[in-house]
Ligand binder design. Structure first.
Ligand SMILES: CC(C)(COP(=O)(O)OP(=O)(O)OC[C@H]1O[C@@H](n2cnc3c(N)ncnc32)[C@H](O)[C@@H]1OP(=O)(O)O)[C@@H](O)C(=O)NCCC(=O)NCCS
Length: 212
């Protein structure tokens, strides 16, 4: 697996598996796409909070299910995944989040966004995740603006789907925020099934155990 593409003067990007050392770039990409796809820099008291909730735990728990887009200097995009959401959520709740949460709780002050992210993390694993019988895996995908709109998002999802299929995982899901209209358009364009729609967002699914 190493699709490459020339995407500008002197830029040769390639997809590759996550490796230890990518963590800071993952956290940076997560923050710079963390406001419904737009840059969330400065919107959180801690620049690491979003990464510690939405990207880094996946790379720690299931690094083989995480893939990155590398431009030669740094990671400019990623897809991270928990192949078994129920197991991941339990681990996140018991092992990943407790040592990190206190600093973010102290840090959050009156900041609404920090509070919301901490509340989200506090709730992971508190109740069973939906759709896990048919779609046990879930993902998060983010690309910096300079890497968007060139087919890399589709390739990252295809690469992950191929990996999960080989592992015998029957389905994959993700949830996109209602305000992230570009991501909603992307997932629909990829032909994902709409599993659930609420005021907060849309959960999409892909079955990996069926042809077509
Ligand atoms: C959303 C995101 C992952 C999509 O990745 P991308 O590399 O920009 O998308 P691609 O270039 O691979 O597009 C794949 C297909 O989706 C289509 N597509 C992309 N954005 C679309 C949109 N807003 N509306 C409709 N279709 C869209 C493309 O036209 C393309 O179609 P084709 O392959 O049939 O020609 C990426 O733009 C991104 O990271 N955005 C910021 C962070 C974010 O919002 N992450 C998702 C959080 S839920």
């Amino acid at each position: 697996m190493s699709p490459t593409g020339s995407t500008g003067p002197g830029v040769l990007r390639r997809l590759r598996p996550f490796r230890v050392g990518d963590e800071d770039d993952l956290a940076d990409v997560c923050l710079r796409t963390g406001d419904s796809g737009a840059d969330a820099t400065g919107l959180y008291r801690s620049s690491r909070l979003l990464g510690d909730v939405f990207a880094l735990p996946y790379a720690a728990w299931s690094p083989e299910s995480c893939f990155v887009l590398d431009d030669g200097d740094r990671v400019v995009g990623y897809v991270v995944c928990a192949p078994d959401t129920t197991a991941f959520d339990g681990w996140f709740r018991l092992a990943w989040w407790p040592p990190r949460a206190p600093a973010y709780r102290e840090d959050r002050g009156g900041a609404t966004r920090d509070r919301a992210a901490v509340a989200y993390a506090d709730a992971v694993g508190a109740s069973p995740a939906p759709f896990v019988d048919s779609h046990p895996a879930h993902l998060h995908i983010d690309l910096l603006p300079e890497a968007q709109g060139q087919g890399w998002g589709r390739r990252l999802i295809d690469t992950l789907a191929e990996h999960l299929r080989a592992e015998g995982v029957p389905g994959l899901q993700l949830t996109a925020g209602a305000r992230n209209t570009a991501a909603l358009g992307f997932y629909r364009r990829l032909g994902m099934d709409e599993l659930r729609r609420t005021d907060d967002g849309v959960t999409f699914g892909i079955r990996l155990d069926r042809a077509g």
